[in-house]
Design a protein around this ligand. Sequence first.
Ligand code: GUN
Length: 292
Amino acid sequence: MSTLIDGKAAAARVLAEVQAEVGQLQAQGVEPALAVVLVGDDPASHVYVRNKVLRAGEVGIRSLEYRLPAEASAEAVLEVVAGLNADAAVHGILVQLPLPGHIDEVRVLQAIDPAKDVDGFHSENVGGLSQGRPVLTPCTPAGCMRLLRDTLGDLSGKHAVVVGRSNIVGKPMAALLLAANCSVTVLHSRSIKPEKLCGQADIVIAAVGRPRMIGADWIKPGAVVIDVGINRIDENGRSRLVGDVDFDAVLPVASAITPVPGGVGPMTIALLMRNTVLAARQQTGQALQETR
Ligand code: GUN
């Protein structure tokens, strides 16, 4: 029988650590602050941003919200980012993705001061991660690593398969697993017989954005399965969230598995709070600690 990996409980542990660190910073006269920039009216993005702001308040991080209309120009977004870069009272900057189609996302992400890049999407941080330097790392993969370490302890020598190669999850996930001494395989839409390759994995990270794509035939008995997917589907006339993994089919095969919701999702926000505290520490002259 498989263990259910409780992302809510793990996130609560991270948030308790963050809250204590916020208290230490406040005692030194530093008030950690996170700015969130939201462009347009994508409903899912609004929900994510609201949750981030709520969670920040709970751990004592000051949050600032900047909302721009969907038709805002790239220059208008860049102006907001430049103002936040220059503001010493702001330690973390997050531009919620996706941006409206007419705005070049890379141009905006590259404009964020790498020291305030709590998403870890700036090329300076992406490069640092691949070189093994202590940088701000993307929140979802960092959250997955924490769940894996809580479940398995040392990951050395494990064969990890990452399904999906996005810049936000798949690629940084592969880099973190490699840094943890895993043998890493990345699967994508052009992979041949992906279920065969995935079936060799000790660890499976599913991050493709396709509801229930990964069935029991993809999973080696005893593998640990982390499901990053959050897909809204209509089933029997009801709207519900499901992952990229066919949870009911995989549950009896895996040794441990994350549910959706309640798995990776809460960890992403918790690690964002952690990155904000790390950024605040670094900007006030304290060394950036390993987050892996
Ligand atoms: N949209 C979906 N996931 C993310 C994320 O991790 N960071 C940002 N900024 N936008 C997102």
